[in-house]
Ligand binder design. Sequence first.
Ligand code: HEC
Ligand code: HEC
Length: 265
Amino acid sequence: MPFHAEKNKLQLATIAVTAILLSACGKQEISLKGAEDALAQRSVTAGHGVVDYPDDSPSVPDGKIAWEQMNCATCHADSGKGVPGKCTVDLTSKEYERKQKPVDQFEFVSFGKPGVEHPKVNDKLSRRQAWNLVFYIRSLAQTPLSDAEWAEIDPVFGSNCAVCHGKKGVGDGPLARNLEPQPANFRNFERFYDRSDDVLWDHVAHGIKWEGMPDFLGKQDKAKNVKFDSDYIWKLVQYVRRFHESIVPTIAANPEKSENKTSTK
Ligand code: HEC
Ligand code: HEC
């Protein structure tokens, strides 16, 4: 029967393909041997339940020290624009930066990416310094708010957001207990390191449907003379970021805290 013959051929083909796939996987496993440690840590950063986040906000100025120690400028230039012929990624591009999640950047600089030849800081920097480095890279495109800029936005946050998110941004405003889900705690590293700035902008601009987070784009705070236009929402995103990144150097001020060569926490 021709039909059966066809079916058998198909089965054979399936078996052959499976065999090729299996042997390809086998090869990959061998080539990855010796990197189990890094792999285990990678799955941790990919959100498999084990906390792999810094204990406190990463420091942008500390990250600059890591950038210099690791000679990142050899290819990226001091500015981050990239040395011609060595790197075409422009780390100073806001458009580029706004699409990057901190957790992905942490993975890339720590463990690299398959198929990309790139220095890995995993066994050279402490976990904390790697996070500092990530936030330094982000600052190349967008300088974090200064204390003065922060102080300008803080009262606007106070009258428009704090009722839910709390004055300190930890999600404990007076309305919070009536909301399900609870307002976001801006100190929640796992949540916010898994968000690009684009996503945060979108959520502040358009709200989160059915979830209690209102949309602000186009609204006004007349008392504070503020229009929530696109630019102002970007400022709010930066304001939110300041809850989980720091512009204060700790290494120079506090040398015994600067564990520079431990790869485990
Ligand atoms: C030998 C040259 C070289 C050095 C040194 C180097 N980089 Fe890179 N970097 C590159 C190249 C090339 C790319 C583009 C890789 C690609 O094709 O995705 C890149 C890309 C990146 C990216 C963007 C990754 C992405 O997927 O968008 C980041 C972030 C980065 N580098 C950070 C660093 C940091 C931090 C250091 C220092 C620890 C560093 N680089 C050192 C060459 C280098
Ligand atoms: C009426 C209460 C309420 C007000 C007012 C409010 N929020 Fe929210 N917000 C929420 C809730 C609830 C969530 C969590 C929604 C969820 O988990 O899906 C949230 C989530 C967020 C998030 C996290 C989004 C994400 O991608 O995880 C950000 C950022 C945020 N709010 C910023 C603001 C800012 C800035 C303001 C003021 C301009 C503000 N919110 C005002 C209730 C509020």
